[in-house]
Ligand binder design. Structure first.
Ligand SMILES: [Zn+2]
Length: 121
């Protein structure tokens, strides 16, 4: 019997759920590390490996912080434009995905200047 050290998608999702439950209880400010750090839009090489969204700096707790933080920890995530190509990106605790303008409209959206306040590494 060989040892399987790769983590399955199901295990990853179970860990993610556990992690998100803790974050939601604390309503913690979202920060994330993406293994796949390139912008998901084809042709864009912008890297967003570590993101601390610093949503508390937007100053509007009821309109920005609370709904976005809740959505993040519930697993829905939120949409924001890539600072380089301006394409819509769906950010979740697990990954970044490319979104169309129309798809982004159905998600909670980051304020336009989110990347000016967020910290990247
Ligand atoms: Zn991009």
């Amino acid at each position: 019997m060989s040892k399987n050290l790769t983590i399955s998608r199901a295990d990853l999702e179970a860990m993610d759920r556990f992690y998100r439950e803790g974050g939601l209880r604390r309503m913690a400010s979202p920060h994330v590390h993406y293994q796949e750090a390139s912008c998901p839009h084809p042709g864009c090489t912008h890297k967003m490996e570590w993101i601390d969204f610093q949503l508390e700096l937007h100053g509007d707790m009821d309109a920005v912080y609370k709904p976005l933080v809740k959505s993040w920890w519930e697993g829905t995530g939120f949409a924001g434009r890539c600072p380089a190509c301006q394409g819509w990106v769906h950010f979740t605790t697990l990954e970044m995905k490319a979104l169309s303008e129309d798809e982004a409209r159905h998600l909670p959206c980051l304020p336009d200047q989110w990347h000016a306040l967020a910290q990247f590494a």
